[in-house]
Design a protein around this ligand. Sequence first.
Ligand code: SF4
Ligand code: SF4
Length: 222
Amino acid sequence: MGSDSFREKTGGLLEKIKGTREEEIIQQMERLYAEIEAKQSVWYEKSGFTCPEGCGHCCRNFEPDLLDSEARYMAAWLLENQADFAEEAAQGRFPFPENKGCPFWKEDGKYHCAIYGGRPFICRFFGAYGAKSKSGEEVFKPCKFYPTEILASHKPPLAHKQYNAEELKLIFGVLPPVSTDIMEKALSLNPDNKSTRMLREILPETLNHLKWICSMAELEKN
Ligand code: SF4
Ligand code: SF4
């Protein structure tokens, strides 16, 4: 999977809103997402532990709730990369409204996600993240949907149990990114990150707000 960076694209949304608070938040989010991607690349490369191809059960009946900053990044990514979806979602119309879970989940495709580059933290962590135990130790547990037979065929065999840092170093030689560390940084980015709201609720208004910022920035230039 390549980088999700806006900079690969040429639409220039960030250029359009340069110098605004929105631009700063989106850039900060991009850095945190890049940090996860970089740490997961090391984890995947050294551990060889990846999700089974085409799985995607984790978000089949799951709708993420978003921090304000996650919604802003998702809105910006949509406007930049999926303009049609962005216009529809701004009106509260989603590509797969019949889904019980996320309205961007799709049956086909490698990742089952119609908004992959704009997805929030939880979706980036799925399958390859660690947490902190009560004692502050880094721990990892294979996803509950991970097929037991594939875990058992690992050398050494694995199970649906929690592995501590020492075991992880012995088995994989590396630790996955710790979600709590990254989320602490995310929470400090923006005072509006105190709570979360469901994707279907927060995304339309965030899209409309960002569209308004873009039109204001356009007016100022003219
Ligand atoms: S944003 Fe994508 S990865 Fe996240 S729950 Fe929705 S479909 Fe799944
Ligand atoms: S995190 Fe679990 S459910 Fe999601 S793709 Fe990986 S193995 Fe499948």
